[in-house]
Design a protein around this ligand. Structure first.
Ligand code: BEZ
Length: 211
């Protein structure tokens, strides 16, 4: 079944390149990113895993753990990790799930039969500390993902989870936010002491409240 925003993130146990894990336990109280790869020893996936390894500290800074899944076995993953390290000049530093029986891929609806009957698409799930799905992305196998965009979205998700704001188009951490329409003007004055720029009754900006 499709996984939608607000759904509970299915739990699973799995073998990974860093040992067996129980997903929810492994996440603990923090945030998580689960992202799928069509297959081992494929070029785009190789670059993606290297890209994430290089910016893992950026995820950690945001209290986010990253976990990859590919529908191949553990032995294949270990061989592939050597190639990733060699070709991407990185050191793999997060687990890749071995999912040869497609347990995780099925639970997260990562196989889209009209795109490919066996390989997963490039799915991304961001999971909050409440183990609910906060974001989903689906890319085709032929398009590598932009992981800096993922960090940007996580900044927005974490901000909007705490404050009654939304983030405008192309927003980046540190830029002005939009006050959510449900907040009345009188309340907004108290809630956002850094100031309010009222462009329209429904379009009110405030400096990022947690900066
Ligand atoms: C890749 O990761 O390079 C890839 C995987 C499946 C289809 C096309 C590209």
């Amino acid at each position: 079944m499709a996984i939608r925003l607000g759904d509970a993130a299915p739990n699973f146990t799995a073998q990974t390149t860093e040992g067996e894990l129980d997903f929810h336990q492994w996440l603990g109280d923090g945030w998580g990113v689960l992202f799928s790869h069509p297959a081992d020893y494929t070029p785009v996936c190789t670059t993606e895993l290297g890209a994430v390894a290089k910016i893992k500290s950026e995820f950690a800074k945001r209290n986010v753990k990253v976990l990859a899944v590919s529908v191949d076995g553990l032995e294949s993953h270990h061989g592939w990790v050597k190639d990733i390290n060699e070709t991407q000049s990185c050191s793999m530093n997060f687990p890749i799930i071995a999912d040869p029986d497609r347990k995780v891929a099925t639970a997260y609806d990562m196989i889209h039969p009209n795109a490919d009957t066996t390989a997963t698409v490039r799915s991304v799930f961001v999971i909050g500390p409440d183990k609910k799905i906060k974001l989903t992305l689906t890319y085709p196998a032929s398009t590598g993902r932009n992981f800096l965009e993922l960090l940007r979205v996580i900044d927005s998700l974490q901000l909007t989870a705490k404050f009654k704001v939304a983030t405008p188009a192309d927003w980046k951490d540190g830029e002005d936010c939009i006050i959510t329409p449900a907040v009345k003007d009188d309340d907004a004055q108290k809630m956002f002491p850094k100031g309010i720029r009222r462009v329209k009754p429904y379009l009110r900006y405030t400096p990022q409240p947690n900066r």
